[in-house]
Ligand binder design. Structure first.
Ligand code: PHE
Length: 440
């Protein structure tokens, strides 16, 4: 495809890719993991893994995409025709994530509305009742349409323009909220817990948790960075962009932790719940006791909304681009075909909190099952297959050459060793531990 869309320049590309990377994972997954894994220890391990593994894998995916200028299936087929399946599997991941991510996005919209209108969100069953209600289904539909609306406008006019406005706004709001939260009384213990590094408490669990989080947080192994890479111009410096994206994403995660860990630590003395429970139950009750808590909560949910929106846009784009390429149809047609199935699946997932809540496997409801299938099963398989393909089958040179086209590749000397051995071995460990958690 010669007239493939492209990002107009470096800033637009970095902000759009960072918009994908900065998501709910930074605000509700990272802080919880940090709190559970010894605060400062987790921070250090995470930083090392992002800078080495994260950046290397990000470079690899961007290069695979840019080299082929195709979405994942075509891009993998152009490396080796028999490896098309990796690209197909990589596209299945965002297709699974899209509906449930939008369900969560809908809840966030709901909380923005509740705080704007003064609805009391505190109370044992408030969140559960809301998630299982018809209102939640409606909110899911709105969030999904907001996502598709941006995709409809295209790569430059939609995704890039939106990211250029909202990512800077996001950062400013985040810093403001962090400062305000740290001015609350009693934060010192939590801050020092979050920032203290104690090597004697470092465990393998911390490393595994950090590694899984790096994948999720950088939107790796789900076709997204390959798709965004395919919109990258040849003169752009892949390695430089990958480092910027990794740093922005890590900075946001760090600030997310600074926003949440000390507050939660103060309220709960260390036992911080994860995921939806943290954001929709624990935090609202903490905000409730704060001076100016209502306004704080309102801005907090706006912040979450921006994070979730720019991520869900990238998830949807990966799916739409794959369909456009596969069936050689226009963007608008692809959107129309995708909309109905996602709406149906999203409504079913949403009903998993209400009338369909009897559907459970190993104590996991529908949303958790989708999440598990995507993040714990398929993502590691795609990541592992990608590194084996590049490291042992087609050779690292294709990637090194693509990256070197626009700049010299500084990690070149360590790249083959990491891609061939270190990274796949670690991925296998994360995969095994993910499966193990399913059965414990
Ligand atoms: N990287 C995003 C985050 O940190 C999540 C995400 C998942 C984005 C899947 C795209 C696809 O929340």
């Amino acid at each position: 495809m010669s007239n493939r869309a492209s990002f107009s320049g470096k800033a637009g590309f970095i902000l759009a890719a960072a918009g994908s990377a900065v998501g709910l994972g930074n605000i509700w997954r990272f802080p919880t993991l940090a709190a559970q894994n010894g605060g400062g220890n987790f921070l250090i391990v995470y930083l090392i893994i992002v800078l080495i593994f994260g950046v290397v894998l990000l470079c690899t995916e961007l290069a695979i995409g840019r080299r082929a200028r195709k979405s994942p299936a075509g891009a993998f087929a152009s490396l080796r025709p028999r490896s098309r399946w990796i690209g197909i599997l990589a596209t299945v991941v965002p297709a699974i994530i899209l509906p449930y991510y939008c369900v969560v996005g809908g809840w966030i919209l709901g909380y923005i509305g509740f705080y704007a209108t003064g609805v009391n969100t505190i109370g044992d069953s408030f969140f559960g009742d809301m998630a299982g209600s018809t209102l939640a289904i409606g909110l899911f539909v709105i969030f999904f349409l907001l996502t598709m609306g941006v995709i409809w406008m295209g790569v430059t006019k939609g995704i890039e323009r939106l990211s250029k406005i909202f990512m800077p706004l996001f950062l400013i709001m985040l810093v403001g909220l962090v400062i305000y939260s740290l001015m609350q009384p009693g934060m010192i213990d939590g801050i020092s817990y979050y920032l203290t590094f104690d090597p004697s408490l470092l465990t393998m669990d911390t490393v595994v948790a950090a590694l899984g989080q790096v994948f999720f947080s950088l939107s790796l192994a789900m076709g997204i960075m390959i798709t965004y890479g395919s919109y990258m111009r040849k003169e752009e410096n892949i390695e430089g962009c990958a480092i910027s994206i990794g740093l922005i994403d890590t900075l946001v995660a760090f600030l997310g932790g600074l926003l949440i860990v000390p507050m939660a630590f103060h309220a709960h003395m260390g036992a911080i719940p994860s995921g939806a429970g943290l954001v929709f139950i624990t935090l609202p009750s903490i905000f409730d006791g704060m001076f100016g808590g209502e306004a704080f909560a309102f801005f907090f949910f706006i912040l979450l909304f921006i994070a979730a929106w720019t991520s869900s846009i990238s998830i949807a784009e990966a799916v739409i681009a794959a369909i456009m390429d596969r069936f050689e149809i226009s963007r608008k047609k692809a959107i129309i075909y995708v909309t109905l199935p996602v709406l149906v699946v999203g409504v079913i997932i949403s009903m998993g909190f209400g009338p369909l809540d009897f559907i459970q496997i190993h104590g996991k409801g529908l949303l958790d099952l989708f999440d598990f299938a995507a993040n714990n099963l398929l993502m590691p398989i795609v990541a592992f297959a990608t590194t084996v393909l590049i490291g042992h089958v087609v050779g690292c040179k294709v990637i090194e050459d693509e990256i070197s086209e626009s700049s010299d590749f500084k990690l070149r000397s360590v790249y083959p060793f990491l891609i061939k051995w270190i990274i796949p071995i670690f991925i296998a460990i994360v995969f095994a531990s993910g499966i193990a958690t399913m059965f414990t």
